[in-house]
Design a protein around this ligand. Structure first.
Ligand code: QV4
Ligand code: CA
Length: 512
């Protein structure tokens, strides 16, 4: 009996940590602000064929629509109801996308905003994405419905009603995050409305959720909500599959609330990962690649089985959230490709790739005045489609980092080496390092100011491999560098520090 209870508890606690990624796939991509119709097409024409495991989508629920600033991206983090019409499209388009992505083996993970509704100064009327009426002043959201009784009013003890001090856990969870009306998740009614919303999405076929702002919700309340979620749809997932849960908790250390408090509920975003790796690749604070030999838990990160990792996210690529200036984004494309390549080659965590849109960055005193700007849009504020250029890149301001050859090929690399140990480490004592994944893959970085010209052990079987960074295998030939691995597993690498991409990666399926 005791054993049974233990197994049951353990089973329950690991269940929501499994991303249920379909056979042979490993990485997910955040298609930030993409329209559902474009994601459906991208699953079929690109993500499915290139081995991507899943897509994190922007919040699909009804949100506020703002004029000042004009249609900021962050209006989608201000819910008005759980109706499924948003800037990305209608409920029918959402359903069609989920179906089409599942049919080509690509999972959908929903960004669930359940801590709050819109900001206190959101006004009243029907300036919302489905046209529902609401009144932020009286806390009326009739399309849910929620009324003033469903919010943390007197529970918050600050005079402003907002979070004023992050070292007070009661403020952080019971007061308003930047004035966003804070839901009373201790109430059975609120829990049931949130679970109803998430279950509807599970019925439609999603594989799980990124849960927004978890630091601002009590773990016990989240446990109650997650406990009400049904198993994933058996149309696409095995019987008894629990939804994948990954929780946004920013924990760089030194705060009253720790990521650890959420480990038993699901995975957690490991924000130290991108902040530290950015510092390493930028060579700030005396950091060097050689120090990443014990990258992962050895750096004080959370246990492997709990982590979702990423180089940048939709917040910290534009100065919101955490990480600061060390974060490497598409604006620093050379470093970004290397850092994402490192993440995808390394076994730690469930990896998420960022896919962004460009905006008019304008710094005044170090602060970007345009960090609010929404996705490429038409003059009526509607989001533009994502056009694909003949060279496979995206047009109209969509960056599509996930389509960059180096990144796309490293997503494939991660699939090919899945389950293999981190092995055959080499370094020059500075910023030239290399490591393998058993006998399935090997990667070499030169982030020093001098050339790399070394013969080293790769652990790979003898033969000629195509470097998937400078090119790729096409037909039987290689469009990039060729790497010859001897029968003893040793290979010679030459990487000039002035190359556009000073790293090389080979794997079992890039063998010629
Ligand atoms: C402002 C002032 C308030 C003031 C209020 C008065 O800041 O002090 O009381 O006006 O009306 C937007 C504005 C913000 C404004 C707020 C309410 O930027 O200035 O308050 O709306 O009107 C995103 C953006 C926020 C945005 C929010 C809602 O980043 O700027 O706020 O959406 O539209 C912490 C959290 C972490 C969070 C991170 C950014 O612990 O959970 O900050 N990250 C997630 C999301 C993020 C999102 C939210 C949480 C909120 O990843 O994108 O915030 O859902 O670290
Ligand atoms: Ca809260």
């Amino acid at each position: 009996m005791k054993l049974f209870i233990l197994v049951a508890l353990f089973g329950l606690s690991i269940a929501q940590h499994n991303p249920h990624i379909k056979q042979g796939r490993t990485a997910i991509v955040h298609l930030f602000e993409w329209r559902w119709a474009d994601i459906a097409a991208e699953c079929e024409r690109f993500l499915g064929p290139n081995g991507f495991g899943g897509v994190q989508i922007s919040p699909p629920n009804e949100h506020i629509v703002l004029n000042s600033p004009w249609r900021p991206w962050w209006q989608r983090y201000q819910p008005i109801s759980y109706n499924l019409c948003s800037r990305s499209g209608s409920e029918d388009e959402l359903r069609d996308m989920i179906t089409r992505c599942n049919n080509v083996g690509v999972n959908i993970y929903v960004d669930a905003v359940i801590n709050h509704m819109c900001g206190a100064s959101g006004g009243e009327g029907n300036h919302s994405s489905c046209g529902s009426r609401f009144n932020a002043g009286t806390k009326d959201f009739p399309s849910v419905p929620y009324s003033a009784l469903d919010f943390n009013n007197n529970k918050c003890k600050t005079s402003s009603g907002d979070i004023e001090n992050y070292s007070d856990v009661f403020q952080v969870r019971d007061c308003r995050l930047v004035s966003l009306l804070d839901l009373a998740l201790e109430k059975d009614y609120v829990r049931s409305k949130v679970a109803e919303y998430m279950n509807k999405l599970i019925d439609m076929g999603v594989a799980g959720f990124r849960v927004d702002a978890c630091k601002h919700m009590w773990p016990g309340d989240l446990e109650a909500v997650y406990g009400r979620l049904q198993n994933l749809s058996t149309v696409w997932f095995p019987n008894n599959s629990r939804p994948f849960i990954f929780q946004e908790v920013i924990d760089l250390g030194g705060e009253a609330i720790s990521a650890r408090e959420y480990f038993h509920l699901g995975r957690v975003t490991e924000f130290k990962y991108g902040a530290k790796l950015g510092t390493v690749f930028r060579k700030w604070k005396g950091e060097k690649l050689v120090f990443t030999r014990n990258w992962g838990e050895g750096w004080g990160f959370m246990p492997d089985g709990n982590a979702v990792v990423f180089i940048d996210n939709h917040d910290n690529q534009r100065g919101h959230g955490a990480g600061g200036a060390s974060i490497v984004t598409f604006w620093d494309s050379k470093l970004h490709k290397m850092a994402v390549g490192y993440m995808l080659a390394h076994p730690y965590g469930v990896a998420r790739v960022m896919s962004s849109f460009r905006w008019d960055r304008r710094f005044v005193d170090g602060k970007d005045q345009n960090d609010w700007m929404g996705p490429p849009s038409n003059s009526d504020g509607s989001t533009k489609p994502v056009p694909i250029n003949p060279d496979q890149t995206c047009g109209d301001g969509w960056v599509c980092e996930h389509r960059w050859r180096q990144i796309k090929n490293m997503v494939i690399f991660r699939n090919v080496v899945d389950g293999q140990p981190h092995s055959n480490w080499w370094d020059n004592g500075s910023n030239q390092v290399a490591f393998g994944r058993g006998n399935r893959g090997f990667i070499v970085f030169n982030n020093d100011d001098s050339d790399l010209d070394v013969t080293m052990n790769t652990g790979m079987s003898g033969g000629t491999y195509c470097d998937v960074i400078s090119g790729q295998k096409e037909g039987g030939t290689c469009t990039g560098k060729k790497i010859h691995v001897g029968s003893d597993g040793r290979a010679h690498f030459k990487i000039s520090n002035s190359e556009e991409d000073p790293f090389v990666a080979i794997h079992a399926e890039s063998k010629l």
